[in-house]
Design a protein. Sequence first.
Length: 369
Amino acid sequence: MANIFKQRIQSVRKKLPDRQIDALLVQIEENRRYLSGFTGEDGGYDESAGVLLITADDLILATDSRYTLQAENECPDYKVFTYKKGLSRELPGIVRDLGIRRLGFEVRRMSCEQFELIHKHLKEEDVTVDLAGTKDIVEELRIIKDEAEIEAMRKAVGIAENALSELLNYLSPDMSEIDAAWAIEKSMRQSGAQSVSFPVIVAAGKNAALPHAIPGNRAIQKGEPVLFDWGAKLDGYCSDTSRTILLGRPDTQFERIFNAVYDAQQKAIAAIRPGAFTGDIDAIARETLKEKELDAYFGHGLGHGVGLAIHEQPSLSPVPERNVEIKEGMVFTVEPGVYISDWGGIRLENMVVVRKEGPEILNQLNVRM
């Protein structure tokens, strides 16, 4: 087993007594990969490529026959168990064989239906075990990235930025949003991305007022904002970037809003350092927009963590419960935006690594396009 997985597993094992459990059932896809290297992907929320079962002494990767060989090849130090009747029906036997008395599970992934089925089959098999919901056992580890993780995201950012740069060489009025989005996705995949981090967003004119707009057949026109939000996934790690451009000469409204968003982003990034708090960084951006009387048009959080998942901890937002201390090795986006329903929107987004001396921006593509 690679040393990195040994270290991560050991960190999880140290947490088990504190959570008063003697085993952890890992169902979240990103957590599963983080602890084992298993690259199987869940087909949907109710379809799983497998689970990990971690105790003080045992490592089990339980999956079905579609993934058995893959699991054995990718995770040689895990004992691979192939279930034929479904996890919920066969889990009681595994629990009994390992002598587990209190099994922790990830509440963000376990459905009520699956919980009820597991409980039912435990009772039918006369297996006595307490099921204990847990949160953030693995996520608390994932929030700090090592250099290999950061390098994977740096490369993913580069692939994504090259894709937009290529598109801008021939982007012209009358190209549709959906054609522009497909051009970006195609370029990223041809450049080595395993997939997109999320569906590419290209939103022109009034559509740019929708932070998560879906590209359509609307043609891009001169003189209107065009918002791009896109990312590549490489070696399991995501990138996430936003840029806003305008074809033709910008008018005073575009310039005023763009400059305000740019200032908000730059001031927020400049304040990032270990020991600061995420809520304070969010507040800097909001205060900057408030000075320009634009804060009412900025409704979402300033940023979010990025890694194996496109949205993970930490969160940069005004929500008090999400306010956490910034630590070296965190990676997150800084993406203020202004969205005006009868005009459009502008969002600028960079990915930032927290270093001891301050912020490192992973992006190379100029914010001022």
